[in-house]
Design a protein around this ligand. Sequence first.
Ligand code: GDP
Length: 138
Amino acid sequence: MNDLTFGIIKPDAVRAGHTGKIIDRIIADGFRIRAMKLIHMTLEEAEGFYAVHRGRPFFTELTRFMSSAPCVVMALEKEGAVKAWRDLMGATDPAKADEGTLRKEFANSIGENAVHGSDSEENAQIEIAYFFSQIELV
Ligand code: GDP
């Protein structure tokens, strides 16, 4: 299986009209988009996606935000996809993100930080399967 990761263009970035610019950056960075769709998560769907963070102080804020408006979910392929996508995203807190990263350019705060990326290959498989069926991966 080729290296895959899972990404989200979060509601803040979609709302601000950055979707196209972020997709351009993903393609320019050498990722192949294997699946992509615009969705509007329910609170329950966001809670299920972020279940590992249940109990963290920001869980309610995070799941409310992620279910507040549409976002774009994606399966991305590249050699070393998990790390490559996290490198392009930048640090969780945009104030600490390197120049040239998506969070540096597009994120507003640690909570509303423009993009999500899987933190391991195992979680990438789980997260892709949460939103896409096998037949949706092209
Ligand atoms: P990531 O892998 O870089 O997205 O970071 P984490 O896995 O640590 O956190 C998941 C998501 O929870 C982040 O992308 C943020 O949207 C949110 N988050 C993390 N830390 C905080 C925080 O201190 N406050 C708030 N409001 N949200 C946070």
